[in-house]
Design a protein around this ligand. Structure first.
Ligand code: AMP
Ligand code: MG
Length: 315
């Protein structure tokens, strides 16, 4: 069946939104949050890399999206869904310990996401990765980063937050940790239910996901990964994990998750020759962070040029 794209707003309404005072406040908060992120990364000696936007390989994701490919001469290239595989490869150098990228991602999400309030088909992730660290290190790091961003926005954007009617609470460390194996008792919508009840961000642990998230050495189907979830119903902020780097295990996990190894030939070749380092990391969406910081329910309201699933792109 052919899908009809909907027009969310006529172009003059989009123009009003782009030029509004509210958008001025939102963009100022975005600028402040990004500055806080860069300062934090720099203070921890984390190298900023430039994004990769075209490649023969990208994240297979654990949910289905339409493929975004372009043909360049005789080669078909994919638009980046996340930089996870490139983050692993970028850490092959002995002297590089930690990296981050503000990475533009194209994910042509299905129509069912159109009213979620948190899905776009084009967004940016703050994607970071460390060598030779475990999941507890990453959670601690992310808690510090998140607290530092909220504190800076609260301090430097008082006027803007007031104009938006947003009162931000600085969370306390350590954030709560909840296993998805326990949370599932609440039903499939456990993340939403827990997020709506929460007043502080929390971690959801151990999801079955893509081949690159590491499985426990002894316990099968226990995964060394984590999601950070915003309170007040804002839902998922970040996904991350310790990564699989051993060739045989990657293949096993690809087969289990229905990913075709033949699409990842060169990446697997590197793994086979022991070139992939042991890493852990995560990525959080800039627009979702801004949605939380500004208290806006619809992610499109915090983007100058929002592209929502199922909606016609006008400009
Ligand atoms: P993932 O690894 O798929 O969880 O993506 C990492 C992060 O990017 C998520 O935790 C969200 O903050 C953000 N994100 C993922 N998909 C989207 C989307 N379609 N629109 C906006 N942000 C997204
Ligand atoms: Mg996720």
């Amino acid at each position: 069946m052919k899908t009809m794209l909907k027009i969310e707003k006529p172009i003059h309404k989009i123009a009003d939104k782009i030029s509004s005072k509210e958008m001025d406040a939102i963009l100022r908060i975005q600028s402040c949050a990004l500055k806080a992120i860069h300062d934090f990364m720099y203070s921890r000696e984390i190298l900023q890399l430039m994004p990769v936007m075209l490649s023969t390989i990208t994240d297979p994701l654990c949910h289905s999206v339409y493929d975004a490919k372009i043909k360049y001469m005789e080669q078909e290239l994919m638009l980046t869904k996340s930089m996870i595989l490139h983050k692993q490869m970028a850490l092959m150098s002995d002297s590089r310990k930690a990296i981050y990228i503000i990475s533009p991602n194209i994910r042509l999400e299905k129509e069912e996401c159109k009213d979620s309030g948190r899905h776009l088909i084009e967004f940016s992730q703050v994607d970071f990765e460390f060598k030779d660290v475990k999941k507890e290190f990453i959670k601690d790091f992310m808690e510090d980063l998140f607290i530092s961003v909220i504190s800076r926005v609260k301090e430097d954007c008082k006027k803007e937050l007031e104009a938006l009617g947003r009162d931000l609470v600085i969370p306390t460390k350590p954030f709560a940790r909840i296993s998805t194996k326990d949370a599932i008792r609440l039903g499939e919508e456990f993340e939403t239910i827990l997020s709506e009840k929460a007043t502080e961000p929390f971690w959801l642990l151990d999801h079955e996901r893509e081949f690159y998230d590491k499985e426990h050495e002894e316990k099968s189907k226990v995964y060394l990964n984590y999601d950070l979830v915003y309170p007040e119903g804002f839902g998922e902020a970040l996904s991350g994990g310790e990564r699989e780097h051993e060739h045989e295990k990657i293949i096993e996990r690809m087969i289990r998750s229905g990913t075709k190894p033949e699409h990842y030939t060169e990446y697997l070749e590197l793994a086979k020759h022991g070139k992939l380092p042991k890493t852990a990391g995560g990525g959080f969406g800039v627009e979702r962070l801004l949605r939380f910081l500004t208290g806006k329910k619809d992610i499109a309201d915090v983007c100058l040029f929002a592209k929502k699933p199922g909606m016609k792109v006008l400009i």
